[in-house]
Write a protein that binds this ligand. Sequence first.
Ligand code: HEM
Length: 154
Amino acid sequence: MQTFFEDYKTIIIFLHILSAVVWVGGMIAIKFAVHPVIQTIDEPKIRLGTNLRIVGRLFNLVMPFIVMSILCALLIIQGAGYAGGFIYLKEAIWTVMSLNYMYMYIQRKQAQTLFNRGDLAGAKAKMQLLPTILLPINIVLGVVAIFLGVMLRG
Ligand code: HEM
């Protein structure tokens, strides 16, 4: 494992950082640049439908990067011999972020089904917590994980 890590160190760390950029950056872009503009659409059906499509695309985009971030992290900690509190903390943060992501993914999928059936109120209720609580939680945790990464590098 050590030799593998030594040979591919640069690319492994690069892929770990790229995952963070896409996952955390994607959420920040949707929350602060895309979502406020969508809210200005007057027609409720178009507004909700656009929201569902954009969030759906973000969730599909970040899925492989979530897996890649933990795979690269495991290679880094094995290969470079990292241990200690910050590592456990980052593992815990990744787990909470992934569970939160899975919950949001399911909520959005169910909302899409309701929307397709014409149940706008039901779909809206399913999406309610995403921009106000769930996405901000993951943004804050993601930023903390990035900061801890910088601390670990030293
Ligand atoms: C939750 C998602 C995560 C994000 C957003 C993230 C982000 C980052 C970033 C941006 C860096 C680079 C810091 C720098 O170049 O100064 C980094 C480094 C690092 N991360 Fe993560 N990370 C995550 C999850 C994890 C997990 C789960 C672990 C291990 C259990 C981990 C272990 C590390 C280690 C050991 C480094 C230092 C790598 C080195 O030697 O250069 N990360 N992380």
